[in-house]
Design a binder for this molecule. Structure first.
Ligand code: NDP
Length: 486
């Protein structure tokens, strides 16, 4: 595969039809990491046609054989995990240990679903109205367009490919323009494992052309999308016109609720990690912290002090265990600056951060210090919108009912976290917070066996777990008349 032949269409690595390329930039240095091909609409159409031709081949293969190929692909990928993790750090800026973790988890997801595919079952029952017997079969949906974001470009692709491939679907993948390299290496492992040509195709390029063709072309029967709510809404509108299936994992604004009886030795470091790792660029990042008034001062002091000691790296490979790197691009940095400026104008106090870190190593990248705000109110953009950056606003509440109301005061409903030692409070909050996932004394709602997805403006459908597999299957009812033997 030469440098600018990075499209994968029908088993061939190719350049784009018009030779166009795009540069992948290291957000820590502004340097070009690699130049890749930029697909044309004709390339996307060729990829969709290839996926359509490959669909009966892949769907007819036994689940056992599909699983064998998926496992083999992950054996190959694990052999190049370090290479993939380095690429991910260069294109995204996250510290190498975070990249390693993402790549390793992605392989686990594929292995998990390879076996889930072998365990797929339908149901059967005796007919309700007479001498019939019914079988309910699960069959693969067809060609899937997988459109993924730059924050977890390998992981969020694995969440789609794992269940989809195991179900028998074929894919056209559009990785994010900002960070397509590690994801492409991930897919290369499947090709080398011997997947039939056309089962996986990659078309890199802008969402507004490449992504739009994937969404509107009648060949794709499902759009599996992770990204912003704005793009997700547009995709939902387009998909509705052709009644395509969608899984939309969109923005979030996760609340972190600290009750009066919380163990701050656990709550402070866990809030810190979930607010600032990946530079706050996770859909389940902590965006709003609500602390019971009786613990507010103590929490704020400890949290701000710990935030001021976090290590921001301009070289995530040399400092693999740093806490965070840069933001992904200038637009991301601008959003953070604007949200902090808006909060300060409306009366918030910056306890730490609120600016770029000092030092020549940070001069060329999109850096912003871990930032803690107090004196925040619900009107502030930082409380209403997804900042997608290293900013943690903290507010106080008096009763848990009020804390839950504040947690729900958002158009989003993806993740929420509650820290308490009281079972009643834990269950009350878990029941009443409107979010697709609630962590009780744990700062991550991701488990391969648990459904992951959003309520309200955070999305439709679930990934991971059993629902994550069902999302790639159609249900078919086969009804058989049972006649007496003649
Ligand atoms: P987008 O939603 O624009 O991008 C996500 C993916 O969708 C990318 O691959 C993008 O392509 C593609 N895309 C963009 N427009 C279209 C379209 N019309 N049709 C089909 N595909 C399209 O998010 P951004 O990367 O621009 O990030 C903006 C904000 O979105 C962030 O600041 C954050 O708030 C939120 N976000 C949330 C994520 C989450 O995990 N829930 C992940 C990423 C972002 P390309 O970028 O190559 O043009």
């Amino acid at each position: 595969m030469s440098m600018a032949e990075t499209l994968l269409i029908d088993g061939q690595w190719r350049g784009s039809a018009d030779g166009a390329t795009l540069d992948v930039i290291n957000p820590a240095t502004g340097e070009v990491v690699q130049t890749i091909s930029q697909a044309t609409v004709a390339d996307v159409q060729a990829a969709l046609a290839a996926a359509e031709r490959a669909f009966p081949v892949w769907a007819e293969m036994s689940a056992r054989e599909r699983a064998r190929l998926m496992h083999r692909a992950m054996d190959i990928f694990r052999g190049r995990l370090e290479e993939a993790a380095r690429l991910l750090t260069l294109e995204h800026g996250k510290p190498l240990n975070d990249s390693r973790k993402e790549c390793a988890y992605s392989a686990d997801v594929i292995d998990f679903y390879a076996e889930e595919g072998r365990r797929l079952e339908g149901t059967h029952f005796a007919g309700d109205l007479g001498p019939t017997h019914s079988f309910v079969l699960k069959q693969p949906l067809g060609v899937v367009a997988a459109i993924t974001p730059w924050n977890f470009p390998v992981d969020l692709l694995a969440w789609k490919l794992g269940p989809g491939l195991a179900a028998g679907c074929t894919f056209v993948i559009k990785p994010p323009s900002e960070a397509p390299l590690a994801a492409t290496l991930f897919v290369r492992s499947f090709v080398e494992a011997g997947l039939p040509p056309g089962v996986l195709n990659i078309v890199t390029g802008p969402g507004r052309t490449v992504g739009a063709e994937l969404v509107t072309n009648p060949i794709s029967r499902k759009i599996a999308f992770t990204g912003s709510t704005a793009t997700g809404l547009w995709i939902a509108e387009q998909a509705a016109k052709q009644l395509k299936h969608v899984t939309l994992e969109l923005g979030g604004s996760a609340p972190f609720v600290v009750c009066d009886d919380a163990d701050l030795d656990i709550a402070v470091p866990e809030a810190l990690r979930r607010a600032f790792s990946h530079t706050g660029q996770i859909c389940i990042s902590v965006n709003r912290i609500y602390v019971h008034r009786s613990r507010y001062d103590e929490f704020v002091t400890r949290f701000a002090e710990a935030a001021s000691r976090l290590r921001v790296t301009a070289d995530g490979i040399a400092e693999p265990d740093a806490d965070m790197g840069p933001l992904i691009n200038q637009a991301g940095l601008e959003t953070v600056r604007q949200h902090v400026a808006d909060a300060v104008e409306r009366g918030a106090t910056v306890l730490t951060g609120g600016r770029a870190p000092d030092g020549p190593q940070y001069a060329r990248g999109y850096f912003y210090l871990p930032t803690v705000l107090t004196g925040v109110t619900r009107e502030m953009r930082v409380m209403r919108e997804e900042t997608f950056g290293p900013v943690a606003p903290i507010a106080a509440f008096d009763t848990l009912e009020e804390g839950v109301r504040m947690a729900n005061d958002s158009p989003y409903g993806l993740a929420a976290y509650v820290y308490t030692s009281d079972l009643d409070k834990a269950f009350y909050a878990a029941k009443h917070i409107r979010a697709g996932g609630v962590g009780i004394n744990v700062n991550d709602i991701t488990d391969i066996r648990g459904p992951f997805g959003g309520m309200k403006m955070s999305g439709i459908g679930r990934e991971l777990g059993t629902p994550g597999m069902d999302a790639y299957l159609e249900v078919k009812h086969v009804r058989v008349r049972i006649r007496p033997p003649r």
